[in-house]
Design a protein around this ligand. Structure first.
Ligand code: SAM
Length: 228
C-alpha cells in the first residue's frame, strides 16, 4: 500500500507547528541548509522554477527573494502546509499549487530548476519521483535535494541515535502535541538511503554532474545534479 495518504494526513495535522518544531529540532540550522539549496539551484534567468514538497514555503521564499524576476511555483500535496506557506509569504510572488510529486501536472522541459526539501524520505519510490522531476526540468536545468541521511556509525553514533529515538519524539510531543509524527520522522531517516546510494539513484534517473554535501554531523545531505 502507498504511504502517500498517511504522509499527506500527517503533514496536514502538523502544519501549524511545523516551523517552530523545525527550528528547535535542528538547533536553528535548518535555514542555513535551505540557503545552500537555493545557491546550488543557480540563477533561473527569469525562467520558471519549482520548489516541490514546499511545505510551509521556506525554500520557495528564499528562491523568490534571490530571483524576483523568475516565475516561482511552490507545490505540495498537503493543503494545510500550502495554506501556512501562503499566509507566511503573502507578500511574495509565488504560485502555491497542490500537486503530487509522483505525477506532476507540468509539461516536459518546463523548469530551470527544481528544489525539494525532505520529500524523498516520504515517497514510495525515490527513483520514480526523480524521473518525474527529470521529465519536467529543461535540458541544462538543475535539481537540488535536501533531506536527512542515516547517521554514519562513528563515535557520535550512539548520541545521535539517542537524540533521534527519544529527543525528537519528545520535542514532537511537547511542541506539536504529536509524538507519532516525529517518531515517523526519525524512523524514516534511519531507513532512508545512504548519501552515496541516493547519489547513485540520481544518476540512474538520468541526472549528470551529481554530487552531495553533508551537514549536521552527517545527518543532513544536500544532493544536486543537472539534466543533460
Ligand atoms: C518535512 S516537509 C518539508 C517542507 C519544506 N520542503 C521544508 O524544507 O521545510 C515534507 C513535505 O513534503 C510533502 N510531501 C510528501 N510527499 C509528497 C508528495 N508525494 N507530493 C507532494 N508533496 C509531498 C509533505 O506534504 C510536506 O509538506
Amino acid at each position: 500500500m502507498s504511504k502517500g495518504p498517511a504522509v499527506q494526513k500527517m503533514f496536514d495535522g502538523i502544519a501549524a507547528d511545523y516551523d517552530l518544531m523545525n527550528r528547535v529540532m535542528t538547533m536553528g540550522q535548518d535555514q542555513r541548509w535551505r540557503r545552500f539549496v537555493a545557491a546550488k539551484a543557480g540563477d533561473p534567468q527569469g525562467g520558471w522554477v519549482l520548489d516541490l514538497a514546499t511545505g510551509t514555503g521556506d525554500i520557495a521564499s528564499l528562491m523568490e527573494k534571490e530571483h524576483p524576476e523568475a516565475q516561482h511555483i511552490g507545490a505540495d500535496f498537503s493543503i494545510n502546509m500550502l495554506l501556512e506557506a501562503k499566509k507566511r509569504f503573502a507578500s511574495q510572488s509565488i504560485n502555491w499549487q497542490a500537486s503530487d510529486a509522483n505525477c506532476l501536472p507540468y509539461k516536459d522541459n518546463s523548469f530551470e530548476s527544481v528544489t525539494f526539501g525532505y520529500l524523498l524520505r516520504n515517497v514510495d519510490d525515490s527513483l520514480k519521483v526523480l524521473q518525474e522531476i527529470h521529465r519536467v526540468l529543461k535540458p541544462g536545468g538543475r535539481v537540488v535535494c535536501l533531506d536527512t541521511t542515516p547517521p554514519t556509525k562513528n563515535i557520535l553514533y550512539p548520541f545521535i541515535r539517542f537524540y533521534f529515538r527519544f529527543g525528537i519524539p519528545l520535542l514532537g510531543r511537547m511542541i506539536a502535541s504529536d509524538e507519532a509524527a516525529y517518531s515517523y520522522l526519525t524512523g524514516s531517516t534511519m531507513d532512508f538511503h545512504e548519501a552515496q546510494e541516493l547519489a547513485d539513484i540520481f544518476t540512474e534517473a538520468g541526472f549528470t554532474a551529481v554530487d552531495y554535501k553533508k551537514f549536521m554531523m552527517g545527518t543532513i545531505g544536500v544532493h544536486w545534479g543537472m539534466k543533460r
